[in-house]
Design a protein around this ligand. Sequence first.
Ligand code: ADE
Length: 243
Amino acid sequence: MRIDVVTIFPDYLAALDLSLVGKARRAGLLDLRVHDLRDWTDDRHRTVDDTPFGGGAGMVMRPDVWGRALDDLLPADGPARLVVPSPSGEVFTQRRAEALATEEHLVVACGRYEGIDARVVEHYRDRGVAVDELSLGDYVLNGGEVAALVMVEAVGRLLPGVVGNPHSLVEESHGEAGLLEYPVYTKPPVWQGREVPDVLLSGHHARIERWRRDEALRRTARRRPDMIAALGEDALDRRDREV
Ligand code: ADE
């Protein structure tokens, strides 16, 4: 998969050289390129923004600069999808990450200030480009860079071969079960007087499975009742309902 990220702060994305995503890049599983939007400016001051029409606080990113950048990065007839992080977008979820992970080419446009002139998204949609305006959640960041980091990591780890043991993708929070993950423990078996739950040392796989499911259900009901409410009709069996 190829991902192009366009930003006025390319250094923000340096973290994507590290950890699993960095490894995926070096292994050739992810072709990630970070670009400086100012490379597409044409004035001495490398201006990317201007005052908003209609007045108001802050600055808006100019469509002409974004247009030159995106014309270069979005092939006219290619399969690229444009992702615009924005607090006014649809919510970025694990399902969205899974959908994006099936794409061949993403271009992520990081806005700053009050955002990007609205004609940019309209123009590329009219040209037939698929555009997703996506929000991390109900809070405001200073720009799209942190959201781009989150999205590239969430998508990158789903690419085949990136996470060593694909089973670890199956049972995690926000996976197919629609539940948060159960609590996990490792050595030592006693720490600060706290013991690891007996069942996990029992070697009894069916009982361990049941315990984990119960804990996931309890945790989800307590922390994310919205996720329980969103479960399908037959997501819970009789035994689940007793928890
Ligand atoms: N840019 C600013 N705030 C954001 C948010 N919550 N999600 C995505 N991009 C953003």
